[in-house]
Design a protein. Structure first.
Length: 167
């Protein structure tokens, strides 16, 4: 078995699909893949100071409604993913939701993206979380320049040939 034929314990190929035979980056050809319903959920968090938590809870962030701005930025980020990630396919996004929850030490971000297309929306969900987190940091940086976006990750995906997956 050659290294290009390697199979992981899950039975899936370990081959990097975005590399050609010579190792050069390429965009995967999805033309022959069936159109199927697909979803992906991603999450992340922005750790902020207690002062920012209080301002978010009271609606007193000096720049305005930070959570609304972050939510809209996340949705826009999902829609612009192929402009930001070089090998992502432009796909028809059927829906995006971005939810933000203020906890005692952070803002938890969760994004869900849906499509009916030939490739999944994991990168769109990750981009939604990342852009929402960056927008939130932009909104609170005057109060908390140490805010940190972390733990951005895919939580689940459905559809496609590889089937469903949950963290």
């Amino acid at each position: 078995m050659s290294s290009s034929d390697a199979v992981s314990p899950s039975g899936k190929s370990d081959e990097f699909t975005h590399l050609d035979a010579s190792g050069a980056a390429r965009m995967v050809d999805v033309a022959d893949k069936p159109i199927t319903a697909r979803t992906a959920e991603a999450s992340g968090r922005v750790r902020v100071s207690p002062q920012v938590i209080a301002l978010l809870r009271s609606g007193g962030v000096p720049k305005g409604d930070a959570l609304a701005v972050a939510r809209i930025a996340g949705i826009q980020g999902a829609k612009r993913t192929p402009d930001l990630i070089p090998l992502c396919h432009p796909i028809g996004i059927a829906g995006v939701s971005v939810d933000l929850e203020v906890t005692d030490e952070a803002v938890e971000i969760r994004a869900r993206v849906k499509t009916a297309d030939r490739t999944g929306v994991e990168m769109e969900a990750l981009t939604a979380v990342s852009v929402a987190g960056l927008a939130l940091i932009d909104m609170v940086k005057a109060v908390d320049p140490a805010a940190v976006l972390s733990e951005v990750r895919v939580e689940s995906k459905t559809g496609g040939l590889s089937g469903d997956w949950t963290r």
